[in-house]
Design a protein around this ligand. Sequence first.
Ligand code: NOJ
Ligand code: CA
Length: 679
Amino acid sequence: MLKKYASVVAAAGLVTLAPSAFAAPVATASSPDGNVKVELTIDGDGRVAYSVSRKGKPILAPSKLGFLFTDVVKLDRRISVTGQETRDFDETWTQPWGEWTSIRNRYRELKVHLKETTAIGRVFTVTFRLYEDGVGFRYEFPEQPNMPQANIADELTEFAFASDATAWWKPAFLWNREEYLYNKTPLSAVSNADTPVTMKLADGTHVTLHEAALVDYSGMAVARTDGNTLRAALHPGAGEAKVQKKGAWQTPWRTLIIADDAAGVYQSHLMLNLNEPNKLGDVSYIKPGKFAGVWWNMIKGEWSWARGPKHGATNENVKRYIDFAAANKIPHLLVEGWNVGWDGDWFGNGYDMDFAKPTEDFDVKMLVAYAKKKGVRLMGHHETGGAATHYEKQFDKAFKFAADNNYMVVKTGYVTDAAQMEREDADGKKFREWHQGQWMVNHQIRVLEKAAEYKIGIDAHEPVKGTGLHRTYPNYVAREGMRGMEYNAWIGGKNPPEHEANVVFTRMLEGPMDFTPGVLSLKGSEDSDILSTIAKQLALYVVIYSPVQMAADTPENYAKYPNEMKFIRDVPTDWQETRVLNGEIGDFVTIARKERGGEGWYVGAVGDEEARSVSFKLDFLTPGQKYKAEIYRDDDDADYRTEKRHSIIIESKDVTSADSMDMRIAPGGGFAIRIVPAK
Ligand code: NOJ
Ligand code: CA
């Protein structure tokens, strides 16, 4: 049900400047529940700053606003307020798929209109939206004669944290884009970081700094300038200006989620709420579900994407994988290396890739028909190698091919160095673009819009960071954008046991991740060990959210684990409700989710390298109802460091909403529980 109201309180007029540094509050507003408060001040030089507090405690000290341009004087002082207004908003909207069906969007908005007092007299508005669990703000520039075009060298927005904190962050501007492990350091030791950055303050308050609705702008990293102050550091593009805008323009929302604990940060809907509603209309063609893949053997180096004796995407292999998917009620099968372009060393082959031309040993018509008979749909793969314009030139034929062959999702890829995305202009001149630069940000949206024309979903690897655009484009089903399971195939590059407990409270705040869980063999290349127990692999289906979730291991390996496989078969990928029951960043987390269209609950927990116990109440279950809990847990001797990493106990228990559970997690372990009404 939609409930919406808006009231406008306007207070226009010029405000007198105070002589001292940031002494005079010129505008202030609080969230509807009164918890989160923002205050705008202007100092004697006319420099504008905002500060944020929660429950009376300062989160951000006065933090400056402004822009540096490549060609005109910067905009950061001699500014006055020309007017301001507030407005309240409250509505509940529905997600076509997701972790929650229904989402409440309740905020108070404060708009502060500003103008330079100098001859240039540029005008802009800063709009704040205050939520119970944080704040988002953006700059809005109307079309104006004194600034017909903005060539932005950098954004001068500061985030001056009021105290030091522990920060979990990953480095920005490095060649491997977002695929780095998280650092845990004092905030005062952060250098350049890509957002989200999550912090724990001394009193336990958790804060995540990120952005929402990244459209026609470059991605915002942050760089520490001094003490606990971070400043926006935009990703570059091919041109001198990091961002170019014409006419009226606005920035993405700069966001702070603020909560009492780590669980509270995960449960925030602030980022989704700050995005525009669904632009695509009916997206019922997106049906959440699992997928298998002609994939893990390539990642391990046993098969090749390229044609030749080791080619993975052959008719024979694909048919065998379709049989496996059908037998396990897995609706999709990803096939990589099915198309012409991979031959030789495919790194850098972007210009050879043809996304409508299968190799000779991949008979697409026969395979699609074979799959259809068994209730399986193939899932396409478009590895662009970073040749992004070359990809755009193929859009129509590529997505038509996908639609004609009954695909629901295409997995895209941009494997290349950070600044080697290639754009071509109309004359064929090539430019290097950064992965998170303005041009690539817009490229990703062009992919989504084109795919939507053909009713195709997108699962982007090496993507632009997630900023909640899956609300606006609900065919954006998943992204990689972090070190996923593939790193566990590689000797010397494996994800440590704490990785997922970091990722939940950082990367996962960006939205769904194609992490590719479920490698039950716990083996990568050359039989190398994955640093996990088998129970943890099952837990990942609940802990790491994606509406399209992979069963990443090979059919031969899954055949060795029929009892564990039952959980992968049973676990859904679309949720009515999600509750983070407990968790500490990098240590452990337990998440409970209720399936959509059913009464079943699924609980997953992962730990780090230490053994630990966690307890939680089952009070999310319906009172009076009897349930059966199917438990997959680490056995007492399970340990990711030893041959006992496969040691698991699978057992059933009768439970009700009045019960609690005490569960042990082994080193590198976890547990998964399916709770269904007792018959
Ligand atoms: C990297 C992706 O993450 C992986 O899933 C894919 O198989 C390779 N690129 C090849 O496109
Ligand atoms: Ca990747």
